[in-house]
Design a protein around this ligand. Structure first.
Ligand code: HEM
Length: 223
């Protein structure tokens, strides 16, 4: 499997995008920062959870639940000490200091992004190898991963990590790929799948599909 890097200048932002720190390892948050939905440094948890809630497409009490869960994750993202948690709760999460924080699995994830935020195409191919042909409700067939295949992918990530994998990694992972499937997925029920093409765009171009950004306020509306 080739593992050449395809994005070698993580600090450089394509036209119209803001630079994102390599110390932000979350593909979803990287896209929010790059496109100006949230700032790249200290982001109030209210703002962060609002953006995630809106991106989810849920409404009413279900959206409230998404926001609550996002808040709970973000409040411990920079450290578990009581002072740090208090600081996160009152001033915000520090998105360019997530690396080496409690949520960083140090290679226990997909390894699509390395520690310098380079994208590894071979690892996207590996993700695709867990997928299958899926029927796009908008027409056509594409490679995607349903919940079942995402489970298998995550289990293999843990296996690959060997002794370095901590007992709580599977818990952290539940807030990553399955949430991405929930937000970005196409189709309904068991057939709902995560498009590998859209995952590639998310990691490489730090861009969310238009049907998702349509749910978000225009970035210029203040972040
Ligand atoms: C509450 C705010 C969030 C924080 C603080 C956060 C933080 C992180 C961190 C630190 C990682 C790196 C984990 C690692 O590679 O070891 C990560 C990975 C990831 N995040 Fe987030 N995240 C948040 C919200 C989200 C949301 C809402 C989504 C989905 C829509 C998401 C999708 C992902 C995915 C798919 C990965 C796995 C990347 C991989 O395995 O290569 N995150 N996140």
């Amino acid at each position: 499997m080739s593992d050449q890097r395809i994005a070698t200048a993580p600090g450089a932002a394509p036209a119209g995008q803001l630079p994102v720190s390599p110390n932000n390892p979350c593909p979803f948050l990287r896209a929010l920062v790059a496109n100006g939905y949230v700032g790249g440094h200290v982001v109030p948890l209210s703002r962060l959870s609002e953006m995630i809630g809106l991106a989810s497409g849920e409404t009413g009490s279900e959206q409230k639940e998404v926001r609550r869960k996002a808040w709970m994750v973000a409040v411990i993202a920079n450290g578990l000490g009581p002072l740090r948690v208090f600081k996160s709760a009152t001033s915000g999460a520090v998105l360019d200091e997530l690396r080496n924080g409690p949520l960083d699995k140090h290679g226990g994830g997909s390894r699509i992004l390395d520690a310098e935020a380079n994208v590894h195409e071979g690892q996207i191919e590996r993700l695709a190898s867990f997928g299958k042909d899926c029927k796009d409700p908008a027409g056509g067939i594409e490679i995607g991963l349903t919940a079942k295949e995402i489970e298998a992918f995550m289990a293999d990530n843990i296996k690959r990590d060997g002794d370095a994998a901590r007992w709580y990694f599977p818990i952290l992972m539940k807030g990553e790929w399955p949430v991405l499937l929930k937000i970005l997925g196409k189709g309904e029920g068991e057939a709902r799948y995560l498009s590998v093409a859209e995952v590639r765009t998310l990691f490489v171009e730090r861009r969310l599909p238009e049907r998702i950004t349509a749910r978000l306020p225009k970035p210029a509306a203040g972040r």
